[in-house]
Design a protein around this ligand. Structure first.
Ligand SMILES: C[S@@+](CC[C@H](N)C(=O)[O-])C[C@H]1O[C@@H](n2cnc3c(N)ncnc32)[C@H](O)[C@@H]1O
Length: 339
């Protein structure tokens, strides 16, 4: 009988298993011998080359000139998931950095945009009519890319699951994933940050904020835990709470998205006290239950600029975390609010 554990068989098995491991286990595997060390370094190099795990239309590399961390480890989802949606449970282990070319890309745009069953309502436009005055999904009040109002949260309506139009419809600009060139850059004080790797025009779509949709109860439970870990410098939380207000000022809709463990590249966007260069826009797609938070360039952005937005105005935590946004308006403390 031949021994199946030949060096080649070990390498092949390692190529399959190591991409499933988080960094600490990858390092442990690398310390066991030369062949695993070589495979582990190849996995690390491929991870550093694409924060999007091959799941966006273009790769989004990490760049670190500050310390020795090659990448940030998290599970990637290009779209928000609700915890009961198909696919959510498979997020326990996601291969990242394997030798195969690229994992199968998601279909763009994907059906079921918010992960909830969609309603049958939308437009029945002829080809090329979508977004125009006769389209039921057009938003007469929102300006180009929902940027009519510069301050605060914009809003935009898009075609969606309930519409008869094709995926190539012009009124689906936020449904094709991250199509602009970005990179994730390490900062001395802020950790990782998202930067433009090409010039972006004002109003250009950058990315959605994707993660897990949470109930408010679960969001409060996680926020408490994250606050403790963040104060001890052990975690960079990425849980965002979106509140949509009635003209009366009373909150009418609250959406909690947590991109801390499972999210997309928007989880790297840092705060700026001057409002930053990204405009957050709530996008409603016909047939979807929940709006999605999307970011557009609020002005012309040059290659290399860090992309930022304001996390909010409230600072309720007595010992808030220090802010290093560097803007003239910097208050010195990161925003915090009761969740
Ligand atoms: C959504 S994450 C942004 C990505 C994060 N920098 C990372 O390394 O993963 C939010 C966390 O980033 C850090 N952060 C964001 N903006 C900052 C700022 N202006 N100054 C200091 N830290 C900041 C804080 O730790 C905050 O809790």
């Amino acid at each position: 009988m031949t021994n199946p554990a030949t060096p080649r068989a070990v390498t092949e098995a390692a190529e399959l298993v190591l991409p499933l491991l988080p960094p600490q286990h990858l390092a442990a595997a690398a310390s066991t011998g030369r062949s695993l060390r070589a495979t582990a370094s190849a996995v690390t190099a491929r991870r550093a080359a694409d924060a999007a795990h091959g799941l966006e239309p273009v790769p989004i590399p990490f760049r670190n000139c500050v310390d020795s961390k090659p990448y940030a480890y998290f599970l990637y989802t290009p779209f928000s998931l609700n915890r009961s949606s198909p696919g959510a449970s498979s997020y326990g282990a996601q291969p990242w950095g394997g030798a195969w070319a690229r994992p199968p890309s998601p279909t763009w745009p994907r059906p079921n945009l918010d992960g909830f069953p969609s309603a049958v309502c939308g437009c029945a436009c002829e080809v090329g009519e979508c977004g125009g005055p006769r389209c039921a999904c057009a938003d007469a009040e929102a300006g180009a890319a929902g940027l009519a109002s510069e301050a605060g949260m914009g809003s935009l309506r898009e075609c969606g699951d309930g519409c008869a139009c094709a995926p190539s419809c012009v009124n689906r600009q936020t449904q094709h994933g991250v199509a602009v060139r970005l990179r994730v850059v390490r900062h001395l004080q802020k950790g990782w940050g998202l930067h433009a790797a090409e010039a972006l025009g004002r109003g250009q779509f950058v990315c959605e904020y994707a993660g897990e949709f949470l109930t408010t109860e679960e969001a409060r439970r996680r926020q408490k835990l994250y606050d403790e870990l963040a104060s001890a410098g052990k975690l960079s939380p990425a849980l965002i709470v979106i509140r949509e207000h009635l003209p009366s000022g009373k909150a009418c809709l609250r959406v909690n998205i947590d991109a801390t463990e499972v999210g997309n590249v928007a989880r790297f966007i840092n705060h700026s006290c001057d409002g930053g260069n990204l405009h957050p826009v709530l996008v409603r797609s016909s047939g979807s239950l929940l709006p999605r938070l999307c970011f557009f360039a609020a002005r012309e952005i040059v290659e290399g600029d860090e992309l930022t937005f304001s996390y909010g105005d409230a600072r309720v935590r007595p010992n808030g975390l220090p802010c290093f946004c560097g803007s003239l308006q910097c208050s010195g403390v990161l925003p915090s609010e009761e969740t």
